[in-house]
Design a protein around this ligand. Structure first.
Ligand SMILES: C[S@@+](CC[C@H](N)C(=O)[O-])C[C@H]1O[C@@H](n2cnc3c(N)ncnc32)[C@H](O)[C@@H]1O
Length: 256
């Protein structure tokens, strides 16, 4: 089932939560000169236009990135770079954030299954150091794991259109960690009134850090907040989460 389109939600509060943490993490992981690998199971198209019909239909960015005044932080730098290149309404997806922060010695591997999203992703991201795959993200990431360089980050960011996907993400994370124990994994999930994310959280039988925030979306369709799970969190990840909370205090409420 591929009916989900991220262009309706780009720049919304959930994106801001995920992308603030992702940009900080990538900055932290690239402090040393050794290269890293960045893998995504669900890449999307990489770059969004907040003035597009899709984005205007939900207007989530008005309650997300457009309601924030980001001071100096990795996401603010990427946003500025993208807007210089692509205009004032551009908003970077996770692949573009990664490409902006990563260096020559690093590698990106991006999976996207939707034919239209994949075509646009290719237009936006094709280049040296980027490997693009039109295939199922779980199957694709597992197949190329462990990658070279061996140090790296995997972002798992599905649309959870199928209820069983929460449990699938937990099961996939176990398999991936068994095959690539050095990996850091970042998982995004929605907080819904139905609390379906508990299948993921309870299903994870390995140590992790969890970061959840609440927000009010006019048309949130039952989504009350956003959650992130970090497996094999790098040293000083707690400082990242504190900085993210400070940066996003105007739109995101940290949950206990
Ligand atoms: C939430 S969006 C990704 C957003 C992106 N990570 C970002 O933050 O900019 C999920 C994407 O996964 C794609 N998708 C859905 N099922 C997939 C699968 N089994 N394998 C790979 N991609 C899939 C959808 O087409 C959609 O573009």
């Amino acid at each position: 089932m591929l009916s989900y389109q991220h262009s309706y939600h780009a720049g919304g509060p959930a994106d801001v939560h995920k992308h603030l943490v992702l940009a900080e993490l990538l900055t932290l992981l690239t402090q040393k000169s050794r290269g890293i690998s960045y893998l995504e199971t669900h890449a999307g198209r990489g770059l969004y236009d907040l003035a597009s019909d899709d984005a205007k239909k939900t207007n989530e960015a008005a309650e997300g990135i457009n309601a924030l005044h980001l001071s100096d932080c990795p996401l603010a730098k990427t946003l500025q770079n993208m807007r210089q290149k692509h205009g004032g309404n551009a908003y970077p997806g996770s692949p573009m954030i990664a490409r902006d922060i990563l260096r020559e010695q690093d590698m990106l591997h991006l999976m996207e299954l939707h034919p239209v999203e994949y075509r646009i992703l290719r237009q936006n991201l094709m280049g040296d150091g980027v490997s693009l795959h039109k295939r199922d993200g779980y199957e694709g990431v597992f197949a190329i794991t462990p990658p070279k360089p061996r140090k790296g980050l995997v972002l798992i960011d599905p649309s959870y259109e199928i209820k069983t996907e929460y449990a699938q993400v937990a099961e996939f994370s176990h398999r991936l960690m068994a095959k690539w124990p050095e990996a850091t994994i970042l998982i995004w999930y929605p907080l819904l009134e139905a609390a379906r994310h508990m299948d993921l959280v309870d299903g994870l039988k390995l140590p992790f850090i969890k970061h959840e925030v609440g927000f009010d979306l006019k048309d949130g369709q039952g989504m009350t907040g956003s959650g992130l799970i970090l497996i094999n969190a790098p040293y000083r990840s707690d400082e990242i989460l504190q900085r993210v909370e400070k940066q996003s205090a105007d739109i995101l409420r940290p949950l206990a």
